[in-house]
Design a protein around this ligand. Structure first.
Ligand SMILES: C[S@@+](CC[C@H](N)C(=O)[O-])C[C@H]1O[C@@H](n2cnc3c(N)ncnc32)[C@H](O)[C@@H]1O
Length: 202
């Protein structure tokens, strides 16, 4: 690695929280909705997408993107045109740094799940998320976002999770309505991580 606190996973460079740039950003920006670090479910998402890739150049939207590691992976690996969506404006500087480190650009979009329209969602070939349904009050908004995306014309939605009860409730709600697969999954980079991946198809 070129310097301390830089690491690699799934072909992209990432930064530990102790990295000098992250520490500097932390002094100015304070993510408040759990976007203060990169969550391990993002590696499940990368591993899953590596096995079930989108077409090259697809339009991808990452919801609840946080530091945007899965967005950067899609841009780098699949040449995807990626939008990173998050309610917390303070996460975007972290996403920008990770994107720049990997020589890609991610379009930032500050908005809450509830406000994303069917047209804006339906414009995407693929919608992804990792660890985005972690509170009870997020289950219905994420479920409704999925409904709007499918209505708008999105073909695939893929959500990875460590296996939180709220995520299983979301998976149950989706299974009642759409064609879904829920798979146990593991990632091997940067170290072994296990969890679940939910895929909903239009
Ligand atoms: C647990 S973090 C996961 C971040 C990233 N996906 C990852 O795996 O590293 C959840 C993210 O969802 C965002 N978030 C929470 N509620 C949201 C909402 N209603 N609309 C949009 N983003 C939201 C938070 O700001 C945070 O960045």
């Amino acid at each position: 690695m070129p310097e301390a606190n830089v690491y690699q996973a799934y072909g992209i460079y990432l930064l530990h929280r102790q990295h000098r740039l992250i520490r500097r950003l932390m002094r100015i920006y304070e993510p408040t909705v759990h976007g203060h670090k990169l969550w391990r479910a993002s590696f499940l998402l990368m591993d899953y997408l590596q096995s079930h890739p989108p077409q090259k150049g697809s339009k991808v939207m990452e919801i609840g993107c946080g530091w945007g590691s899965a967005s950067v992976f899609c841009a780098r690996r699949f040449g995807a045109d990626v939008t990173g969506v998050d309610v917390d404006r303070d996460i975007f500087p972290f996403m920008d740094v990770i994107a720049a480190l990997n020589s890609v650009q991610i379009r930032p979009h500050r908005i809450r799940y509830e406000k994303l329209t069917a047209r804006c969602l339906g414009d995407q070939d693929l919608i992804i998320g990792s660890d985005v349904c972690f509170w009870d009050n997020l289950i219905q908004p994420v479920r409704n976002l999925i409904a709007r995306a499918l209505r708008g014309g999105t073909k695939r939605i893929v959500i990875a999770d460590p296996g939180r009860p709220t995520f299983y409730e979301l998976a149950d709600l989706c299974a009642k309505r759409w064609d879904v697969t829920l798979k146990e999954w593991y990632a091997v980079e940067p170290s072994r991580t296990t969890g679940e991946v939910l895929e909903i198809r239009g």
